[in-house]
Design a protein around this ligand. Structure first.
Ligand code: ADE
Length: 253
């Protein structure tokens, strides 16, 4: 997969894209990154990328021309048509399902918006606007890094064990089950004995139930779309009921 990023702060990407897992993914050839300075597509002496909003109001708005030129030129540099993403707080909220959709593209071109806004005509050349959550950042650079990280780790050959992508939080539509490593006993806290049993079938069953328990307790909203058997759903409902009984306490009702 190839990922192009267009930003007015291209230098802030290098430590992230070159480090740890992303750097390894790049070195292995699983993904190719290229970061571009939007100012390279300006045509004035000051390399201006923003301007005052028509109609007045606070803040500046990103001009359309440099973004149009950048997207068109970068698209033409490679035969694979890029899927163009604009990072902005009004976009589709990023979740693991969207990460999987983006990870399946041959090529992404991410345009980093600035928080005051982008000329609305830019939306005509964008395939998808993406938000990383309901809060406002100063710009789209951190969201772009989040997207790149989440998408890169799903590329074939990037994770040491592809099973870890399948088993982790959200890929079952559930939160991840509790994990432990050595020592088996630490400050009086013992690892659940089943994990030391070597019985892989029972361990898998335990993990699945613990993932359901954790999801029921922490993110019950995820259960509606999780793929559960009738028995598992009943288990989740029991966990939620038990918790609300506990919350009521012995003297209530
Ligand atoms: N730009 C500013 N805030 C953002 C957010 N939450 N997601 C994506 N882009 C943004």
């Amino acid at each position: 997969m190839r990922i192009d990023i267009v930003s007015i702060f291209p230098e802030i990407f290098e430590p992230v894209l070159g480090g740890s897992m992303l750097g390894i993914a790049r070195d292995k050839g699983a993904v190719e990154f290229a970061v571009h300075d939007l100012r390279d597509w300006t045509d004035d002496k000051h390399r201006t990328t923003d301007d005052y909003p028509f109609g007045g109001g606070p803040g500046m708005v990103m001009k359309p021309e440099p973004i149009y030129r950048a997207v068109r030129e970068l698209a033409s540099r490679d035969p694979r048509r890029p899927f163009v993403v604009l990072t902005c707080p009004q976009g589709r909220r990023l979740d693991q399902r969207l990460v999987e959709e983006l990870a399946a593209k041959e090529r992404l071109l991410i345009v980093c918006g600035r928080y005051e806004g982008v000329d609305d005509r830019v939306r005509d050349i964008v395939d998808l606007e993406v938000s990383i959550g309901d809060y406002v950042l100063t710009g789209g650079e951190l969201p772009a890094m989040v997207i790149v990280d989440a998408v890169t780790r799903l590329q074939p050959g990037v994770l040491a064990s592809p099973a870890s992508a399948e088993e982790e939080s959200f890929s079952w539509g559930l939160l991840e089950y509790p994990q432990y490593t050595r020592p088996a006993s630490f400050e009086g806290r013992d690892v659940p004995p089943i994990l030391l049993s070597g019985d892989h079938k029972r361990i898998a069953q335990w993990r699945r139930l613990e993932a359901i328990r954790r999801t029921a307790l922490r993110r019950p909203d995820l259960l509606a779309s999780a793929d559960l058997t009738d028995e598992e759903r009943a288990f989740a409902e029991r966990i939620i009921e038990e918790r609300s009984d506990q919350a009521k306490g012995p003297c209530s009702d």
